[in-house]
Design a protein around this ligand. Structure first.
Ligand code: C5P
Length: 231
């Protein structure tokens, strides 16, 4: 029920943390709960969109009524996202992608020894940046996804958000100051500001992640309207 401003739109959302294997029983991950991305997927669904949710590790159940694609590592997430890009209208990259992965994944459980162990890490691809580059290389007239990134910052939120928006060629960046009371991992509330190419678009107060998602999807709906959009 309610208005369906995203009817007919395909929205791809990534959520949760990625899991980077060390060996069959050990891995590196982060504190992402998946809650923000799931709320985004739900809000898109409620506005009539056909939603694909690419999810890594999450602490809660994904919403009903969306196509869930389960992945583990950043490399798997990248593949799941890139292969679907030609068919999507909106991409929201709310996942906490690990910046590094172990250079080698042992196929057998690693044995303990008396020696110190050094784990070599190599950088993961920046999926959001690859999406932006893919879009920039699209020919004119081809379907162009509207791209939204997230940025968790602890200092100079605006500066870092705008820098990411440019570097990753996004249309909007949702920035949260993870040091702010009521913002960040695990909890049900968030405090975010949304930035576009021209600077601050909207500064939201402390809200539930569901309400934050609703406000972000309303911005997306306005920005992707065929006529009168501010894209
Ligand atoms: O650079 P940073 O990790 O802070 O950027 C955050 C944004 O970039 C998020 O939208 C996140 O999902 C995305 N990201 C990504 N691939 C990475 C790292 C971040 O898509 N390897």
């Amino acid at each position: 029920t309610g208005p369906k401003p995203l009817a007919g739109k395909r929205v791809l959302v990534t959520a949760g943390g990625t899991v980077e294997r060390i060996d069959p029983v050990r891995y590196i991950t982060n504190d992402s709960s998946g809650k923000m991305g799931f709320a985004i997927a739900e809000a898109a669904r409620d506005r009539g969109a056909q939603v694909t949710l690419v999810v890594g590790k999450a602490d809660v159940e994904p919403p009903n009524g969306v196509d869930v694609v389960a992945v583990r590592s950043a490399l798997e997430m990248r593949e799941a996202v890139m292969e679907r890009l030609p068919d999507v209208d909106v991409v929201v990259k709310a996942a906490a992608v690990a910046d590094y992965r172990p250079a080698r994944q042992a196929t057998e459980k690693m044995k303990k020894s008396a020696e110190a162990l050094t784990l070599e890490l190599v950088p993961n691809p920046d999926i959001l940046q690859e999406i932006g580059e893919w879009k920039a290389a699209r020919e004119v007239g081809a379907r162009q996804p509207f791209i939204i990134g997230f940025a968790a910052e602890t200092t100079d939120v605006e500066k870092h958000a705008l820098d990411k928006l440019k570097r990753k060629k996004c249309d909007l960046i949702v920035a949260n100051d993870v040091t702010a009371e009521g913002a960040g991992f695990g909890i049900d509330t968030n405090v975010v500001s949304v930035y576009g190419p021209a600077g601050l678009v909207e500064k939201l107060p402390l809200l539930s992640k569901k309400d934050v998602a609703g406000r972000i999807l309303d911005l997306i709906a306005v920005s992707t309207r065929p006529t009168g959009g501010n894209k």
